[in-house]
Design a protein around this ligand. Structure first.
Ligand SMILES: Nc1nc2c(ncn2[C@@H]2O[C@H](COP(=O)(O)OP(=O)(O)OP(=O)(O)O)[C@@H](O)[C@H]2O)c(=O)[nH]1
Ligand SMILES: [Mg+2]
Length: 360
């Protein structure tokens, strides 16, 4: 059978067409993996691939790895073809965008249909939660998000949803409801696993905000100077605190008599950034009142601050390092209180997409 007899235009896909998809992210690794699947996949590849041994691909055992050239038997790119079965093969080529693109183009030229990797997984019969988990894992930042999503990829959420369904069938609505409530609570964090938490550092001018950002980041990210009004614009730093990915946003210090237009514009941005943050570090006192605020006193090496007596204030010094670890811990505790208040909530099934939350 030839490729032409069962391939076709992508607009009108016949049953049994050969599908091709790039499984590795573009340009990130040393190797790219192009997957080819469908009835006749081995014949499709055989038109382009010239193995260096004497056995053609069709005669090789499942699981076999063949080294050879692509396109031109003499000058074509050297690459490796993994034959999982007659219907499922992988082409492992150089990781750059150009090499994998050339391989996919040539496969399309002999009739294969290109699919985005999510569609490719779905066409191969992968369940929706698995596809969503793989997609989320590709975007997850920080080890904790990756760990939670890996568990869902391994089936934790699906098993819990099956459990809910069986409780319903048995007529135990109360128990089913309790499991769903727990899942919805976990979903508050689950929905944030592909998007870093946003923590804005705001407060009085010259209070030591940029110094705090640098202390938390571990390097001199923001300019620090004795001159009030140093930071003008928003400056974001992505970091991982206690396993959670966070965007820490330094802002222009607040003061009534701002130096000029630029500083005033910076202050407006600071106020707007604080309004849509997950947590605001209120540095140097003032403004605490919103539940998203965390009060931070700075420069405690210089002696007691006016905030000393207030409860819940974290006292820090970027000169001695005092209070910085406590501040990092307090930030995480405020962002993800579930970790302390309900320690098992995030170690089991966790929904992580809007679709899953709607199902619940
Ligand atoms: N003694 C002492 N000085 C500090 C501390 N933190 C910051 N400073 C000093 O305070 C001054 C202002 O620090 P910045 O971190 O630039 O303050 P800021 O709040 O970002 O200032 P603006 O961007 O101008 O609003 C600098 O001279 C710092 O060296 C601290 O913990 N102890
Ligand atoms: Mg600053």
């Amino acid at each position: 059978m030839t490729v032409e007899s069962f391939s076709g235009s992508s607009a009108n896909r016949p049953v049994g067409f050969v599908r091709v998809a790039l499984l590795t992210p573009p340009g990130r690794g040393a190797l790219a993996v192009v997957a080819v699947a469908g009835d006749g996949a081995v014949d499709t590849i055989a038109q382009l691939f010239h193995p260096s041994g004497k056995f053609p691909l069709a005669e090789r055992a499942d699981g076999g790895i063949a080294f050879g050239r692509w396109g031109d038997p003499v000058g074509g790119e050297e690459l490796v073809v993994v034959k999982r079965s007659d219907k499922s093969l992988e082409v492992h080529c150089h990781g750059g965008v150009a090499a994998s693109e050339a391989v996919m183009r040539s496969l399309e030229a002999v009739g294969a249909v290109r699919q985005p990797w999510q569609e490719w997984l779905a066409a191969g019969g992968a369940p929706p939660i698995e596809i969503e988990a793989r997609e989320a894992l590709a975007k997850a930042g920080g080890p904790k998000a990756a760990r939670i999503l890996s568990r869902q990829l391994a089936g934790a959420l699906q098993a819990e949803l099956d459990h809910v369904a069986s409780l319903r069938r048995a007529g135990d609505e109360a128990a089913a409801g309790a499991v769903c409530d727990r899942l919805v609570r976990a979903g508050r964090v689950g929905l944030r696993l592909t998007r870093p938490w946003r923590v804005v550092v705001a407060g009085e001018v010259n209070a030591g905000k940029s110094s705090l950002v640098n202390a938390l980041a571990g390097y001199a990210r923001s300019i620090v100077s004795a001159e009030p009004g140093t930071t003008r614009d928003l400056l974001e730093t992505r970091l991982v605190l206690d396993g959670w990915e966070i965007d820490l946003v330094d802002t222009a210090g607040l003061r009534d008599e701002a130096g000029g237009n630029v500083e005033r514009a910076g202050i407006e941005r600071a106020v707007a950034a604080a309004a849509d943050a997950d947590l605001v570090l209120r540095v140097g006192g003032g403004g605490v009142g919103d539940p998203r605020d965390l009060a931070v006193a700075t420069k405690c090496d210089l002696g007691p601050s006016g905030l000393r007596s207030e409860a819940g204030v974290i006292h820090t010094s970027t000169v001695t390092g005092a209070g910085i670890a406590e501040l990092a811990a307090a930030i995480v505790r405020r962002l993800v209180p579930e970790e302390h208040e309900e320690p098992t909530l995030l170690t089991g099934p966790v929904p992580f997409t809007e679709r899953q939350m709607r199902l619940l």
